[in-house]
Design a binder for this molecule. Structure first.
Ligand SMILES: Nc1nc2c(ncn2[C@@H]2O[C@H](COP(=O)(O)OP(=O)(O)OP(=O)(O)O)[C@@H](O)[C@H]2O)c(=O)[nH]1
Length: 366
């Protein structure tokens, strides 16, 4: 058996309590109507079988739920088989009810039984179509004995019922298939929408070229991190990084090579970061790194490590080799720079000083 879409299984699970309630209501109606013909002990045994079926269907639904949570493919397939067996069992109990009518009740109650079967099958179209194979077994399991019973009586009205079934069964299967297809296309449309929304969400906080966080995300997050650090009295540092003479790289090797250089530098810096650090591209060739739980001394060490790493790792593209250098301004959250705005201004000023002092360096240095 091939795996059924988890959302279809979920839909079948959700319908189970309602389906079982409906089945028990019809069973009770059957008992009330036919208690004058069928001995009560026989009806009690039959109802016991229906109760057992309801319990097994609920446990089947719970097992499905467990397998879905555990993403247990094999478990899902064996549960589907379990569901099919339960439907064979259900068809058998309803067939048993028809046989009880043949034995104990006068004609034309066999026709009532036939109509009840049609009613149950029609209702099941809504609850079982998501698992089409299971429904197929159910409809055949329910209808074949009814057709046999109609042939057994063989009168004109019984043959009419058989002819009616020949039209009804394929029509119901077609209806069930179209419910299934519409459920599937709804699921697909929903998943597509979800994917698009996720892509938009990602786009709203990432830089298209480097895949790093963008300026907006960086500053929105930084404000929150600073608030928390201020409250908990934890150090935070900010690095502002700018590639030296990047214009020359563009002019010498072309804009595309410049783009590639930006991507490589981003990846190289990212590889040196901790998970809790926030690295973003905040301008053309300008990056920012927020370092939670990091003092100025720690930040200077990290800045120097990044600077050296970039300076010692030329970017190789096809047959060209581009030497890259960074200037880095370092600042920490303190009484002089208590807000993101102030911290940013200080780090940016230090970046300017690093450039002024000759580039390829950090300011303040170690
Ligand atoms: N390839 C490429 N270039 C970019 C991108 N964004 C900005 N730039 C270029 O980056 C260059 C930045 O030049 P400047 O601001 O003069 O800075 P610089 O040449 O790095 O000089 P200093 O910062 O003073 O060392 C400009 O030529 C921009 O066109 C981009 O996304 N891709």
């Amino acid at each position: 058996m091939t795996a059924v879409h988890p959302k279809l299984i979920k839909s079948a699970i959700n319908q189970t309590p309602m389906a079982m309630l409906g089945m028990l209501v019809v069973s009770i109606a059957f008992i009330v109507i036919f208690s004058r013909y069928i001995p009560l002990t026989v009806l009690a045994i039959w109802f016991g079988c229906q109760l057992l079926l309801a319990a097994l269907r609920i446990s089947n639904a719970l097992l499905f739920k467990k397998c879905l949570t555990a993403e247990d493919e094999k478990g899902l397939v064996s549960n589907e088989w379990f569901f099919i067996l339960l439907n064979v069992y259900q068809a058998a109990t309803w067939t048993a009810s028809s046989i009880l009518l043949i034995i104990y009740a006068p004609q034309p109650f066999e026709l009532v039984s036939f109509v009840v079967t049609i009613g149950i099958i029609t209702a099941a179209t809504l609850t079982m179509s998501s698992l089409f194979r299971v429904y197929l077994v159910f409809i055949l399991g329910m209808m074949i004995p009814q057709i046999a019973i109609m042939f057994y009586y063989g009168e004109h009205q019984h043959i009419a019922m058989v002819i009616f079934s020949v039209i009804y069964i394929p029509a119901t299967l077609l209806l069930s298939k179209s419910i299934l297809n519409s459920q599937l296309s709804n699921i697909k449309a929903h998943e597509e929408l979800e994917r698009t929304a996720q892509a938009f969400r990602k786009q709203s906080f990432t830089d298209n070229l480097t895949n790093l966080y963008n300026r907006r995300y960086f500053f929105e997050n930084a404000v929150n991190i600073l608030l928390m650090a201020n409250r908990e009295n934890q150090p935070v540092a900010l690095l502002m990084l700018d590639i030296d003479h990047f214009k020359k790289i563009n002019d010498t090797y072309g804009h595309q090579a410049g783009d590639q250089a930006l991507i490589s530098v981003s990846q190289n810096i990212q590889a040196l970061m901790r998970k809790s650090d926030i690295l973003a591209r905040v301008g053309g060739e300008e990056f920012a790194i927020l370092l939670p739980n990091t003092s100025l001394d720690g930040a200077k060490l990290i800045a120097e490590k990044i600077r050296l790493n970039i300076a010692n790792q030329p970017i190789v593209m096809d047959d060209i080799r581009i030497d890259m250098q960074l200037s880095i301004g370092v600042a920490e959250l303190n009484d002089d720079n208590p807000t993101m705005e102030k911290l940013y201004m200080r780090a940016d000023k230090h970046l300017y000083l690093a450039k002024q002092n000759g580039r390829n360096q950090c300011y303040p240095s170690i």
